[in-house]
Design a protein around this ligand. Sequence first.
Ligand SMILES: [Cu+2]
Length: 267
Amino acid sequence: MGKLFAVVVAIIALVSAALFASHIWWLPVDISAHGHAIDRQLSETMVTSGALFVLSQLALAVFAWRYGDRRDGRQVKTFPGGATPMVVFATVLVGAEVLALTFVGSKVWAGIYQTAPDPNSLQIDVQAEQFAFYFRYPGADRTFGAVHPERIDEASGNFFGLDPANDSTARDDIVVPSLAIPVNRPILLTLRAKDVNHAFYVPELRIQQDFVPGLVIPLHFTATQTGKHEIVCTQLCGLGHYNMRAYVEVMSQEQFDQWLKERAAEQ
Ligand SMILES: [Cu+2]
């Protein structure tokens, strides 16, 4: 029984490690300026924890193989002091590893979230609600109209609660259900939620950030490749959550200017 167990443990450990090492299921393409730091951090974490995982599973297999089936009547020796010191040692060791990875990883995280956005960023306002995203560009005056949550009205398409009758800056705001951004240009999103928590997740941008009602959460990044990708909500926000998504299209600056002009004409 011990030998069978040893073989099964070794096979499971090696096959599962091989699946990760061969990158059969791996990250999608990275189209962000900051993504390489996240990917490198993730790889380092996977390599160190993966090596420890394989070594410990193989050690377990070796001991099970050598000692699992021994029936020679010898009394089982116990570790000096019993099992407690071993368990404490292992817990501290694993805890130290997790803590070290957290400190190393937080640097990468802070580099994205705790840094100021580029002052020349293109600002886009985002509203999340059950179960859709809306994106707002400031229009020709480059100024966003003020938002009034009590004026939000889906029926008339006033998703942000603008007051164009009294607020001239709101008149040319462009509101669309799909995000378009120019490539290689710093983008600053301001995330708002109408009702409950939602999330802005674009794996290709290596970005995931919650929306929280009552907060305006800034999020900045730069896309480095053109293309169209899905934005999905990753906070379980209600019955239609599974279908809450939009698209982000990264375009050349010329294409983007053209796109914006066309959307402005449609408003
Ligand atoms: Cu949602």
